[in-house]
Write a protein that binds this ligand. Sequence first.
Ligand SMILES: [Zn+2]
Length: 474
Amino acid sequence: MRTILLIFLHVSLSIGLDSSPSLGPNVEQLSPIYYTNKTSEPRNYQSSAIQNYNVEIPNEPYTIGFQYHNYEQMTKFLRATTSRFPTLTALYSIGKSVQGRDLWVMVVSASPYEHMIGKPDVKYVANMHGNEAISRELMLHLIHHLVMSYSSDPYIRWLLDNTRIHILPSMNPDGFEVAKEGTCDGGQGRYNARGFDLNRNFPDYFKQNNKRTQPETDAVKEWISKIQFVLSGSLHGGALVASYPFDNTPNSLFQNYAAPSLTPDDDVFKHLALIYATNHAKMSRGVACKSSTPGFKQGITNGAAWYPLTGGMQDFNYVWYGCMEVTLEVSCCKYPPAQEIPRYWEDNKMSLIKFLSEAHRGVHGFVMDEGGSPIEKVSLKIKARDIGFQTTRYGEFWRILLPGMYKLEVYADGFVPREIEFMVVNDHPTLLNVTLYPAKYGVMYPKPVTSPSKSMIAPVPPPPSDVDITFPQD
Ligand SMILES: [Zn+2]
């Protein structure tokens, strides 16, 4: 039974990296962004909807203000943004919440409607716990800041010229509507309208997750399968720390409670978490929110070392799609009074911007055949880092890495596999273009391992997943 489970986990991961059958339609069917360059994802998402989201709103003053935006107000602000900045922004909906609210995504980029070939797509997801409200306002202020600064701030201009930033300000708009301003703790509004915790609702690499999948989670899974995000931040509240994968652990629930569960990219994740924490006004001081909660050295922690959880979003992003996601806990108080929003915005502004820039660190390039045509879905991995990633339709790939020497393993059906040594420096990303040559007829090459070694999975049965143990909830 135990062996079968391990095989199941291993196989499901491998399949997940190939074609993601557990995620609905495969990437090819769902990748408008990588097909004709006129059907990028905002247009594709909106084509099935009745209304045009990117409508012109004449003569509306463009302001944001420091108050919370409920769903109607947020929608109005996002529409006003696309109306005022049609060449820098595009609004699309990735689906609807249980109660039918749109899960809005705003793209902010010099190319809002079309993927820029060779340039990374990145994302922020906020307010997946509906009562962790400050994260939602931070996203609206970030959108406002990016569009207003594009013409005056050379750094923002460089960022938007070279990056497509997708911002989902509220993954749980239903929860937000029932949460109460001024409430720092507790669970009112945390869950979706069916009572599910969305950060326990994703497929899990280490343990079986029997929770019924929710529309908000399905929408995000489909989104991640359509667009190859290089880097991601998931914003939360109730603590002040940048927490990085793994969130879950192969150990049983009550064994090694505080043991870290480290990824093969631990150096990169620590670096990303530190970028956020050290650019934040307070986070890197590591002061505990209250006497009963932990402080975090340098303002960062491994997720499982803090408290392990099953079904989290950051492990899913990383293991299934090679997207480096960090969980950013941005406020001790989950839903502080509105007059405190300016302080939170100032504390987080630089972190939010600098974190996204990290998508430009490491290696990127194209995989092509002898004729110079891109090869899609090539399996890639950095040697000794057994979490794989894939090329896009344009043969592009990205991997965030710290300075050093690395080997890239490249594998595609019908081609001779390659292993290429390259160097990463601090100042600029390494461009690495790879040509693959056809394999001789009938010659089969073993596919490299692109999942963490099985020894990482300790031989213990999964805990009953319908039992909610009381852990900190941030
Ligand atoms: Zn949270």
